[in-house]
Design a binder for this molecule. Sequence first.
Ligand SMILES: [Zn+2]
Length: 605
Amino acid sequence: MEQITDCTTWDNSNVYCSIEDPKIEETLTSISKRSSLLREPAELIANSLQELDSKAEALIPTAQKLMLDHHSISIEIYTLRTFASCLTSTDAKDEKARALLSRISKVNTELNQIATPLFVFTDKISEKHLEIFLDHKEAKDWDFQLNHGRLLSEYSLNNSEEQIISGLSVDGLHAWGNLYNSISGKLICDIDGEKLGLARASSLLRQGDRDKRIKAHKAIKEAWSVHEESSASILNAINGWRLENNTLRSKGASKELHYLDTACHQSHISRKTLDTLMETTFENRSIGHRAHKAMAKGMGIEKLGPWDILAPAPMGKGKGKIYGFKESIDLISEAFSRLTPQMGEFAQMMYKNNWIDAKETEFRSPGAYCTGFAKYREPRVFMTFDGSIGNVITLAHEIGHAYHNWVMRDMPFVKTFYAMTTAETASIFGETLVRDYLFENCKTEEDRFEITWQDAEAAGAMLCNIPARFEFEKQLVEKRKDSVIPASELKTMMGNAWNTWYGDSISETDEMYWASKLHFSISSIGFYNYPYLFGYLFSLGIYAEKDNHGDKFNELYTNILRDTGSMNAVELIKKHLGKSIEEKAFWQGSLDLVNKSVTRFEGLA
Ligand SMILES: [Zn+2]
C-alpha cells in the first residue's frame, strides 16, 4: 500500500496537553463536585413527582437551574470524553486513555443518575407547566429537545427505575459495546503470513489488486470467526437488553413500544417516513444491481464478490491516481468553494489547524468519523488516508460533517443536537460536491470512468448494502424476542438479508458481516444503518434544488443545516422546501438522480 507522507495528525493541545495533563484530574474532580451539588435540588424534585399537578409550578425555577447546571457539566464531560476517544482511536492499546474513558463514563452515569428526577419532571409535567418552564431566557432553547422527548413520555419509568437502568447499563449494555471495541482494536488478520491490524487489513479492500482484496476479505472473515462466540454474545446481549428495556417501559402504556419506534424517535423521523423510504428503495433496488453489474463489466469479471464492493476503479495500468493529503484538501476546498467560498476556506482551516488525524498508526481504529470538542465548539476528523480517490471522498464526507457543526457554532449547544439521519446530510452533500467537481474537471474518458465508478459504488452501497444491514437487524431483533441466536444462525440470517437486497448482482454473500460491521455492536444506538440511506437520498433531494435557487441556494442550505437540531426531519423539509418526506415522490426524485448517474456510468463501463 502506498504511504502518504504529508498527512496531518491531531493537535488537541488547546484542550489538554496530553493524557498526563494535571488539568484532567482537576476536571474530573470538579465534575464530581459540581454533580454532587445537584443532589439537593434533584431530591426536592424527586419528592414532588407524585404530586406534580399541585407542586410543579413552584419547582420550575429549581428545575430550570438544575437543567442548565446539568448541561454545563455535561459539556465538560463530552469535551474530556472526546479527548480520550481521540487517543484510543489512534492507538487502541493506549491503556491510560482507556482507563480515563471508563472513569468518564462513570462520572457521566453518576451525573445522569442524579439528574434523573429532572428528566422525569420535564417528561411528566402538564403542557401548561412546560410552557412556563420554557418561558425563560436560556431554558427556551430546550423547546424542541423537551417536546420531542415527551413524545415517548408514556414509556418513561419512575425515578428510581430510571436510575437503576442507567446505573446497570454501564457494566451491562455498554460493557458489551466496549468488548466489541477491544476485540476489533486488537484483531490480527493474517494475510500471506503478514500480520495486520483490522484497520490496515480493511484498507486493503479499497485497493486495486483483486487478489489482495480476496485475501484481505478472507483474513478478516477468519479473524472474526475466531471471535464468533464473543461477537454473537455481544449482539444477543445488546438486543436482549433493549427488548427487555422496551417491555419494561411498555407496561401500563397504551401500546407496546416497538423497537423501530425507538429508532425513529432517536433519528427524528416518523415511522411513516422510514417505511416510505425503505419501500421506495426496495422498488428501485435494481438500480443498485445495475451498478454492480456495470462495475463487474468494468473489472472484466462476471460478477462482483463481497471483496469487490469497495474496490477502486480498475485503471489502465491497474492503478488509479494517488492523491497527496494536501492535494486532496486543495481539491476538496475547490469543490466546496463552488457552493460558497466559506465552505472552501473551512476545509483549508481544518488542515491548517491540524484538526484532522489521517496518518496511519499501528493499532488504529478502522473507519472514519467526525467528532468535536463541545466546550470549544471545534470539530475534529479521524480517518486513515491512503491517497485513493475513495479516500478523498471519505475525507470530503467527514469535512462535510465538520462544516455542519461549524455553521452551528454560534448557536446554543442544545440546539445543535441533530439526529443521525440529518447528520448524514452535510457529509454526503460534501461528497456530492467533490464528485461533481471531479467529473467536470475530467480530461479523459478514463478519468470520467474513475469518477463515475464512485457514483456506482455509492449507489450499490446505499441501495443494497445499507438496506441489507437494516433487514438483518430487524430480523435479529425479531428472533431475539424468542431466544438467543447462535453464530451459525446469524450467518444464515445475514446471507438471507444480502440475497434479498443484492439479488443476483453479487457472487456470494458475506456471512460474517454481522461481526465485522461494527455498527451492529454500538451499544448506545440501534439501527445505525438506514440513516446513511436516508442521508444519501435526503441530501440528493436537497442538492437537486441547487439550480432552482441560484445565488440563494447556499443560504437555504445553511438554514437547513442550522435547523437540524430544532425540528424533526419531516418539519425541516416542509419548512425549507415545502415537500413531504412521508411521500414516495420525494424519495423517488432522489432515486431518479441515482438512476441517472448509474446510467452515465453504464455508458462509460
Ligand atoms: Zn457520516
